[in-house]
Write a protein of this length. Sequence first.
Length: 197
Amino acid sequence: MVADRGLLTLCGIGFCAMGAFVAAFNGLSFRLAAPPFGLPVGAASLVFATYVIGSFSSPWAGRLAARFGFRAVVPAALAVFVAGVALTLAPNLGVVIVGVGVITFGFFAAHGVTSEWVTARAANRGRGTGMAGSLYLAFYYAGSSVWGAVAGTAWSWGGWVAVAAVSGGLVLIAWVLALSMRRVPLAPARPYDAPLP
């Protein structure tokens, strides 16, 4: 499994995308509580209500992937994600909130389809779907841990611009990885009822 370049690339996408998402949300509360917005902590924390957008974007992206393929949908979702990060740089609160919604939409679309892609690729190889999923989640949560912590340092060093640079940079790396999957051969399909080697 670890010899499968495609699976490792997908795990890298999970690592970067989740890291970018957590970095952004860790910094957003500070961004909204600081000038020029100065929202109370309770109001700033309402930004997490945008998570509900993921309940819609993930299944919608899954339907698109069934129609157009994983290789088309994941880069598109990541492009939406990075556009959301760019919107949060605006000095207007309304634009920032829209940006947060766009980040959430793009992230959950990318993550939902990438995790499905991991399972589908492993299934096509005829073995290890559980192990592939576990490996993806290990990378995913490692990204959360590492880049969530880095976001705090970035905020101390350069405020929201630095956090957005970290988050946006990670999304761009994930996007490049997703595009690189177009050069990775498809896993050979195997009947699901075939005996495992």
